[in-house]
Design a protein around this ligand. Structure first.
Ligand SMILES: NC(=O)C1=CN([C@@H]2O[C@H](COP(=O)(O)OP(=O)(O)OC[C@H]3O[C@@H](n4cnc5c(N)ncnc54)[C@H](O)[C@@H]3O)[C@@H](O)[C@H]2O)[C@@H](O)CC1
Ligand SMILES: [K+]
Length: 528
């Protein structure tokens, strides 16, 4: 698992390490690791010129020492000092080290044109303007230097791309766009969250000896190794029931294919047994595509409610199906709620719940539920499983006034904030789909998965995802693990099925079985 820590946690761990190490040791380790990566990339791009953009804080200090090491290694090295205070504004010992190693120093405040020219000529740029002490955005004088970076230059962000919010909470257009980030000790939230991930590029963590293993993470990302630990593997004593039965209420006369995609995915993910509840057309299709599925209601350990569900349909069979959907939501069983099912969510359930909206669905659900909690409704889900109510244990939800409309654009501008709002309002695990998929559960570190190719942005992919998560919930995984592990395996299956080319949802579903098999085999063959 990749774990990112908050700025506060990093500062505390750094302070503890500094107390037992000689002065300057941490910065020296950081700069050394940075210079090694830079030297390797210069060899890759067959470049010889490196420029460090140097800001006022210790991020600039790291950069000055790295420039010094690169100058000593024979690269044509220069430091461009960004702050308006000039030479006196940057890390003094770092500046001395760079100069005595033979690096050129350009002072932007004294000769802006000369500084711009130096930046433009570099084959490799180290962005040391600001690190974890930075406020989001770039000042105009810094932005001018960043604009001067050659399109072909390789840009390494020191600790994080300057201009980004280290916490990754607010998006920022005015930031360095790095090919690569070299960070120190542990990743920071911005490296894994949608707000910063694209500008971060490839991420390398340099070990500088700070200890964060026992410190709770702010953001986590599951990796392939976690599949071995988390995936439910049957034992000798298991049977189909003990492994978990999944009930699927999906598909409709309008959208029958969703039922096929969802049940196929659950079967391919290796669910113990599958029950399907639907209207005649999808029932016929599911019979053909997934002969393993049993049609009709019965005992299950978890439900998927909603892919392709038509909540406006009004014939008898559709009404029966919607009754089954509402009963599942009202039960005390774990439920994955997707697509059409989201329209049936009335508030908190008293049982494990995973909501899997995309940005537009999340916006509609928030608008409806926040409007409701502004009114007279008590905001609880009806049925036997509903235990929580609005006055009990619900944290105050931050955001616009209750009842205000939330749009898909609002959600895209702040995906994490909105996913948190929905999680707080419903008590559910919220999986917000996107290029980076977020999984938010109150009281848990946010999980962020970015395993899928862009080709996965295709109709039906969500139906497949809900089937995988449902299979994992039925086997007893907690919602947070089921949702994030489901997103990981779905993304890897998509990547393999795509192979760099077009993708269809059914291919992702059919790719699940070999993907899980290979990820588990990989774990078995790993040393130790
Ligand atoms: N604390 C430690 O033990 C270590 C810190 N390290 C480095 O130190 C960095 C943190 O250093 P600092 O706390 O000095 O903070 P930074 O170097 O991140 O930046 C703080 C300085 O930048 C200015 N600033 C803030 N936002 C700005 C903006 N948007 N535009 C321009 N200037 C802005 C501030 O006024 C302040 O002078 C880390 O990111 C890392 O690179 C490493 O050397 C490893 C050890
Ligand atoms: K930086």
């Amino acid at each position: 698992m990749i774990r990112a820590h908050s700025v506060e946690a990093v500062r505390a761990a750094e302070a503890a390490a500094m107390a037992r190490l000689p002065e300057g040791e941490l910065m020296s380790r950081a700069a050394h690791g940075l210079a090694e990566v830079a030297a390797a990339r210069l060899a890759d791009v067959e470049g010889t010129t490196v420029v460090g953009l140097v800001g006022a804080g210790d991020n600039g200090g790291d950069t000055l020492y790295a420039v010094a090491q690169l100058a000593e290694s024979g690269f044509a090295s220069a430091a461009v000092l960004v702050p308006s205070a000039g030479r006196s504004g940057v890390h003094a010992a770092g500046l001395r080290a760079a100069e005595s190693a033979g690096a050129l120093v350009h002072v932007a405040a004294e000769d802006p044109e000369d500084a711009v020219e130096a930046v433009a000529e570099a084959a490799l740029v180290l962005d040391g303007i600001v690190g974890i002490g930075g406020r989001p955005g770039l000042r105009p004088e810094a932005a001018r230097l960043v604009d001067a970076i050659d399109d072909d230059a390789w840009v390494i962000a020191v600790d994080l791309a300057s201009g980004l919010d280290p916490a990754g909470e607010s998006g920022e257009d005015d930031a360095v766009w790095a090919d690569e980030t070299v960070t120190f000790g542990t990743p920071k939230p911005v490296h894994l969250l949608p707000a910063g991930e694209a500008a971060t590029g490839r991420l390398t963590v340099v070990d500088i000896g700070i200890e964060v293993d026992d410190v709770p993470a702010a953001v986590e990302r599951l990796t392939w190794d976690d599949v071995t630990t988390l995936w439910p593997v049957p034992g000798r004593g298991d049977d189909k029931y003990s492994r978990g039965v999944l009930g699927v209420v999906a598909g409709s006369e309008a959208y029958p294919g969703a039922a096929v995609l969802c049940t196929t995915a659950a079967a391919e993910a290796g669910v113990g047994m599958l029950r399907y509840v639907g209207t005649p057309t999808p029932v016929g299709l599911v019979h053909q595509a997934v002969p393993e599925a049993v049609v009709g209601e019965g005992r299950v350990q978890a439900w998927v409610v909603g892919p392709g569900l038509d909540t406006d349909a009004d014939d008898e069979r559709a009404r029966e199906q919607l009754d089954a959907a509402r009963a599942a939501l009202g039960s005390d069983l774990p439920v994955v709620v997707d697509a059409g099912g989201l329209a049936l969510v009335e508030g908190r359930r008293g049982a494990p719940t995973v909501l899997t909206p995309h940005a537009g669905e999340l916006a509609r659900l928030l608008t409806r539920l926040e409007g409701r909690s502004a009114g007279t409704d008590d905001g609880t889900q009806g049925g036997s499983g509903a235990t929580a109510d609005r006055d009990r244990g619900e944290r105050p939800v931050t955001g616009p006034a209750r009842g205000a409309e939330t749009t898909a654009d609002d959600v895209k501008a702040d995906p994490l904030g909105h996913a948190r709002r929905l999680a707080a309002l419903t008590g559910a695990t919220v999986l917000l789909k996107g290029a980076t998929t977020l999984v938010v559960t109150e009281g848990e570190p946010v999980r962020s998965q970015a395993d899928a190719p862009s080709w996965l942005a295709t109709a039906g992919a969500g139906d497949v995802l809900s089937g995988v998560i449902g299979a994992l919930l039925a086997s007893g995984l907690a919602p947070h693990d089921a949702a994030s592990l489901g997103a990981l395996v779905h993304g890897v299956a998509a990547d393999r099925a795509s192979g760099g080319g077009p993708l269809r949802a059914l291919a992702v579903a059919h790719g699940l079985r070999p993907t899980v098999r290979d990820l588990l085999a990989r774990g078995r063959s790993a040393p130790g």
